[in-house]
Design a protein around this ligand. Structure first.
Ligand code: 87F
Length: 734
């Protein structure tokens, strides 16, 4: 379905999520499930492929409501054995854990090996969770639980096997532990400072026995690299974009501190690094739409049932996604109230009130807001979330031509957001009958292509609503001749999805690569201060760095000075690379002497030395060049995959090569459906082993591009053999 975000038709993960199963079926053979059932714990049981690491568990059950846990079996030969169960992002170095367990300075805590795990808890590596203490009949293991885990509403755990996940209230875990004689020690991770990071690369976790991403391997490496404060970890992106695109994306957005997870599935935290990018888009677009005469306003979050259902045809297909408020406290509301999924039904009754005369037109309003669409498909940060941020514009005009001008002006602005801010090329076009927003007459779109996955994605939409809503909401005005007229309306929107598209388009195996115009920081200055430097030199270097920063700020460059003394330069390089800052300025003692600066580009790694006097103007030039180069690289990647096909036999093979395909088409809905069906069938034929899903391989029309190649008379449609009426762009899409 065509809408501003395309949210309804996305899927990043090719893997199928876990399947819910009846818990009763397993009770006979699984003591932990039997115990939970005996205690009347309300649980859900999911079946999935084996997950031995937390990453794998995230892939299979990461979409479930609730948190996942990291489990570590630790042992001090003199003191005893501990099973630590914590939130998945807690530090897991033995020093911190010993401190939390209050074992005293002499403790020698080590990760217990698999044999000990199997003999004490009777589970295999990767299957351990707090539920496993049930097998510790000798009470040899002390269970220690992260306090924050117990404060969650829902917790997801392996029930003694790593191909199942139990989802249950966190509070019920305590009941269970009490019942099996293992009341836990509670650990307050917030009471100890996080260990200082190092530039240690992420190692595959060999020693830990639970679903832990890494243990304290970083500390050893730190001794080699850190000259200031050794110890701790910096997680590197440990999966390549090419090998596992979905996991790579998750890593990039979390390690760059853009996104954090939340205990309601499909809802995410936009951290300042990401929110700042949205602010950049907002700032630019807001100024542009105001130039077009659009004013900002704010309408309520809630819609009454009556108002929402007023306009049944448009809402009908979307109804399952509407979230409703039914109670206040314990009291049922007299009538449920919907949370806005879009604001037509909220705004148009007011349009009716405000548009009385031709002098009230055009009425051009926009709001920046959040909307909620309760998706059931696999959620993906930015691309498909249950709440997202957008702007929605709604305008009313006295003529079709004027409304169509607005539709196209806005679509041009959306193209500029993608191309001139995010450095992502897009194709503008019109949606087919099948894909257009059913409430309107014409849906126009900008379509982007994600090279890493071979899928295309709707970037934003601008609709000509014709007079449909005017009729539905009885919006009438007196025209110049004194007669009654119905206005011509438009609506249009772009969402935070645009940020996800940008991340996918440009990121690399080191992390985020930010286009300079939306980068929260465009330049990071890193003084290379060695411990051996004299105090005088250190101070001179600091003064030099500050001088540079001040002049860059005067040149309106968004610059950050990283002069923290508890991180090594190497750590800082990795950190800012992961965060995608376009330029790094390094200044060492030699630069200070020579009055030079080393400038390193994030996008291509190139380095150059320059004199202090030209830094500001050169940096500004380089930032522009980086934007151009990023756009061109992305466009070249896309153009390489943009092919023309005139016969059916070449169509599915092109899709299989991750192409987007331009074909001559009759443009009839029945034939569009036929292409969907046949492309799905042909792609899945003979692929019993393949885990692709029907929806993931079916071709969809992306748009009828405005930029149409020549279509000589008599050209045949590639599928129907009838006379083609236009060129249509097809692809596998999100
Ligand atoms: C989900 C639930 C209820 C999309 C929905 O594209 C209603 C809807 O109307 C719904 N998902 N849409 C279409 C939104 C159309 C239009 N609204 C204003 C836009 C741009 C901004």
């Amino acid at each position: 379905m065509a809408d501003a975000s395309g949210v309804a038709s996305l899927s990043l993960q090719d893997k199928e999520p876990a399947v819910e199963m009846a818990a009763g079926a397993e009770v006979g053979e699984n003591a932990s499930l039997a115990k939970l059932q005996e205690l009347n714990v309300a649980l859900k049981l999911y079946q999935h492929p084996e997950a031995t690491t937390i990453d794998e568990q995230v892939q299979h059950v990461g979409h479930l409501q609730g948190v996942l846990t990291k489990n570590l079996l630790l042992r001090d030969k003199k003191i005893g054995t501990f099973l630590v169960t914590a939130l998945h992002d807690r530090p897991t170095d033995t020093k911190t854990l010993a401190k939390l367990l209050k074992l005293g300075g002499k403790a020698n805590l080590r990760f217990a090996d698999e044999k000990i795990l199997e003999s004490l808890l009777k589970v295999k590596r990767g299957a351990v969770s707090a539920l496993a203490v049930l097998n510790d009949t000798e009470n040899a293991v002390t269970l220690a639980i992260d306090k924050a885990l117990l404060e969650q509403s829902t917790i997801n755990l392996h029930p003694l096997r790593n191909d199942r996940t139990v989802s249950m209230p966190a509070a019920a875990l305590l009941t269970y532990l009490k019942a099996v004689g293992h009341e836990p020690v509670v650990l307050d991770f917030d009471s100890v400072p996080a260990p200082a990071p190092t530039a240690a690369p992420l190692k595959k976790d060999k020693k830990s026995n639970g679903n832990c991403e890494r243990e304290d391997g970083g500390a050893a490496a730190a001794k080699k690299t850190a000259t200031v404060v050794p110890g701790g970890t910096l997680l590197g992106i440990d999966v390549s974009k090419k090998d596992n695109f979905a996991l790579w994306y998750t890593r990039v957005i979390t390690y760059s501190e853009m996104i954090d997870y939340y205990d309601i599935s499909g809802c995410y935290i936009l951290r300042p690094w990401a929110y700042s990018m949205w602010e950049s888009i907002q700032r630019w677009l807001d100024a542009e739409i105001k130039e077009l005469g659009v004013e900002n306003a704010y309408f309520p979050l809630f819609v009454s049932k009556g108002a929402l259902e007023r306009e049944k045809d448009h809402v009908e297909g979307f109804a399952p996604e509407v979230a409703w408020v039914t109670k206040s406290g314990d009291t049922d509301l007299p009538e449920p109230i919907a949370v806005r999924p879009t604001s037509e039904t909220i705004m148009y009754p007011l349009f009716k009130k405000w548009i009385r005369s031709h002098r009230d037109l055009p009425l051009c309003l926009n709001q920046w807001s959040n909307v909620v669409r309760w998706e059931f498909k696999y959620p993906t940060p930015f691309l498909r979330s249950r709440e997202f941020l957008w702007q929605e514009g709604h305008t009313a005009h006295a003529s079709f031509d004027e409304s169509q001008q607005m539709v196209r002006d806005i679509l041009d602005l959306y193209k500029q957001v993608y191309q001139d801010l995010l450095a992502v090329p897009v194709i503008q076009g019109r949606k087919t009958e099948m894909e257009r927003f059913p409430g309107g007459d014409i849906t126009t779109t900008v379509e982007a292509y994600i090279h890493g996955s071979g899928r295309s994605i709707q970037g934003a939409t601008s609709h000509n609503l014709g007079q449909n809503f005017g009729k539905m909401f009885d919006i009438q005005y007196e025209d110049k001749a004194g007669g009654h007229a119905i206005p011509w309306q438009t609506s249009w929107g772009i969402t935070t999805r645009s940020i996800g598209v940008m991340v996918m388009a440009h990121g690399d195996d080191k992390g985020l690569v930010l286009p300079p115009r939306v980068a929260p920081k465009q330049v990071v200055v890193i003084p290379i201060v060695k411990a051996s430097l004299s105090m005088e030199k250190k101070e001179a270097l600091q003064a030099y760095a500050m001088r540079l920063v001040a002049s860059l700020k005067r040149g309106k460059v968004r610059v950050h000075l990283d002069d923290r003394d508890n991180y090594t330069p190497g750590w800082k390089y990795n950190h800012w690379e992961q965060k995608g800052v376009p330029l790094r300025l390094e200044i060492g003692p030699l630069d200070l002497e020579k009055g030079t600066v080393r400038v390193v580009r994030r996008d291509d790694g190139s380095k150059e030395d320059m004199a202090e006097g030209v830094v500001v103007e050169t940096v500004l030039q380089r930032l522009n060049q980086i934007h151009k180069d990023m756009f061109e690289r992305c466009k070249a990647q896309r153009d390489e995959k943009l092919v023309r096909v005139t016969e059916w036999k070449d169509f599915v093979p092109a899709l299989e090569k991750k192409c987007i395909v331009l074909t001559p088409f009759v443009n009839e809905t029945e034939w569009e459906e036929e292409v969907k069906r046949r492309s799905r069938e042909e792609a899945l034929a003979g692929e019993a082993e393949d885990d692709r899903t029907a929806t993931s391989v079916a071709a969809k029309t992306l748009c009828i591009p405005f930029d149409q190649p020549e279509l000589p008379a008599g050209t045949k449609c590639f599928v129907s053999g009838k006379e083609a009426t236009c060129w249509v762009l097809w692809g596998r899409s999100y």
